[in-house]
Design a protein around this ligand. Structure first.
Ligand SMILES: [Zn+2]
Length: 138
C-alpha cells in the first residue's frame, strides 16, 4: 500500500518525520491521515466540543509544522468506536517510529479524553521535538 493523496496533503502540514514514519507504516497496514496542523479556531472548537482537553496553542497539532496527526484505518468501516482497528495501526506506527529512534504517543493510551485517532511525536534520539519546532502558527 502507498499513502493516498489526502494523507499526503495533511502530512505536508506536519514535521518531516511524520511522513517518514507514515511511509514505513503504510507498507504493513492501511490508514489515512485526515488531519495534521490545526489552527486557533479549529483547536478551540475541538476544546469546546471536548474533543481535545487543550486550548490553542497548547495542543501538539498547533505548531507549524504540526507535531501530531489524526488518522483512521483504511479500509475504514466508519466506526470511530472500533478501538481495536485504530490500535492495530497505532501499534505498528509506534514500532516503526521506535526503529528510527522516535518516541510517539498514541491518544488511545490516554484516560481522558481518550483519542484513538491521534498520534503525536514526543522525541527523537532522546531530544524532545518541541526543541526543534517552537514556531506557532505563521
Ligand atoms: Zn489529534
Amino acid at each position: 500500500m502507498i499513502l493516498n493523496s489526502r494523507s499526503k496533503r495533511n502530512l505536508d502540514t506536519c514535521i518531516p518525520d511524520a511522513l517518514v514514519v507514515c511511509e514505513d507504516t503504510i507498507k504493513e497496514i492501511g490508514f489515512t491521515v485526515f488531519k495534521g496542523h490545526k489552527g486557533m479556531e479549529e483547536q478551540n472548537d475541538n476544546f469546546l466540543k471536548k474533543l481535545s482537553g487543550l486550548e490553542y496553542p497548547k495542543g501538539r497539532h498547533n505548531p507549524f509544522p504540526s507535531l501530531a496527526l489524526d488518522f483512521y484505518p483504511s479500509p475504514f468501516n466508519g466506526n470511530w468506536e472500533d478501538d481495536a482497528a485504530f490500535e492495530n495501526v497505532a501499534r505498528i506506527f509506534i514500532a516503526k517510529a521506535a526503529a528510527r529512534g522516535i518516541v510517539v504517543a498514541w491518544g488511545g493510551d490516554w484516560k481522558k479524553p481518550k483519542d484513538t485517532d491521534h498520534l503525536e511525536f514526543i522525541s527523537k534520539n532522546g531530544i524532545p521535538y518541541e526543541k526543534h519546532y517552537l514556531k506557532i502558527d505563521p
